[in-house]
Design a protein around this ligand. Structure first.
Ligand code: MN
Length: 311
């Protein structure tokens, strides 16, 4: 099944538009992957400019194809990330963070994905993991790849996740084919970030996400056209917990979302009540690079309906 992106301008971001393929009118999630955003390529100076904002009940995975971004968060992390590295932030019961493109590279091209946390760990303490290098995958001729999350071809990533998940970056030279043995209990998605692909015989253009339901033991990728192919492969065991996803929060009930929103919008007092913590030096940081953003982003108004949990 082919999932086409929609253009989104997030309330938490200025600068480039984001192409979002999950959630999608056709599909809400792939395993516990609930959110797939793809930025750029664009000029680095138009890149990621995101002031302090909160998350709950999820992990964010940030992966750069090009560019340089600084991440700061309320557990004290100050971490630049470059292509080939992984930032995995676990919000648990609550975290706040900022992301800002840095001077240097000319281009910015990235993906950010969210992982829903299961009930057992969604209220755990927040944490942050940076992986400076990732294991290479032993692929056939014409293909190279890195494993970001999970296990594949006997290789295991040290990324700490809380349900059975997979993420990998795969590159194929033009005209080549990769037959990849995968966990047939997983659902899979293939996001094309450069070139054009056939995925299990389905034509997938740049920025599109091809979905494969559970039950397949092999994924077949082919780089069609004259350009090299680069994809982000994600997968996971079907995640069937009903969740409420609103703004930057994942919770289980409408009332939880109301409380989280109120706690965040009381940001000046958030340090005192311990809801989300504070980011050291964030306002000063933003003013040195880009004056389009202030220190923090308030949550928008809630819709005039009761938010219902969805599977
Ligand atoms: Mn965020």
């Amino acid at each position: 099944m082919l999932l086409e992106p929609r253009l989104v301008k997030l309330s938490t971001r200025t600068g480039v538009e984001v192409r979002r393929t999950l959630p999608n009118a056709k599909l809400r999630r792939i395993g516990a992957w609930v959110f797939v955003d793809h930025f750029g390529p664009t000029a680095q100076t138009d890149g990621m400019v995101v002031a302090a904002h909160p998350h709950t009940g999820l992990q964010t995975m940030t992966w750069l194809f090009e560019g340089l971004v600084e991440h700061r968060d309320s557990v004290g992390s100050v971490q630049t990330i470059e292509p080939g590295q992984l930032n995995l932030m676990t919000a648990g019961r609550g975290i706040s963070h900022s992301e800002l493109s840095q001077r240097g590279p000319s281009a910015m091209h990235a993906a950010q994905l969210w992982i829903a946390l299961p009930e057992a760990t969604r209220n755990a303490a927040p944490s942050f993991q940076h992986l400076a290098s990732l294991p290479e995958l032993p692929l056939s001729a014409g293909a190279t790849g890195s494993l970001l999350v999970g296990e594949l071809l006997g290789v295991r990533s040290p990324a700490q996740v809380h349900s059975p998940l997979l993420a990998a970056e795969l590159s194929l030279v033009a005209g080549s084919v990769l037959k990849l043995p995968v966990d047939s209990g997983f659902e899979h998605g293939v996001l094309v970030v450069a070139g054009e692909a056939l995925v299990n015989g389905e034509q997938v253009a740049l920025t599109e996400l091809s979905f494969a339901a559970a039950g397949q033991a092999t994924l077949r990728l082919e780089a069609i056209g004259s350009e090299p192919l680069k994809v982000l492969l994600i997968g996971g065991a079907p995640f069937d917990e009903p969740i409420v996803m609103w703004w930057n929060f994942i919770a289980r009930t409408h009332d939880e979302i109301v409380q989280l929103r109120a706690a965040w919008n009381n940001y000046e007092h958030a340090e005192a009540d311990g809801s989300f913590g504070m980011i050291d030096g964030a306002p000063a940081l933003f003013s040195t690079f880009d004056d389009r953003v202030g220190g923090w982003i308030p949550a928008p108004d809630l819709p005039n309906v009761v938010l219902r949990p969805r599977v």
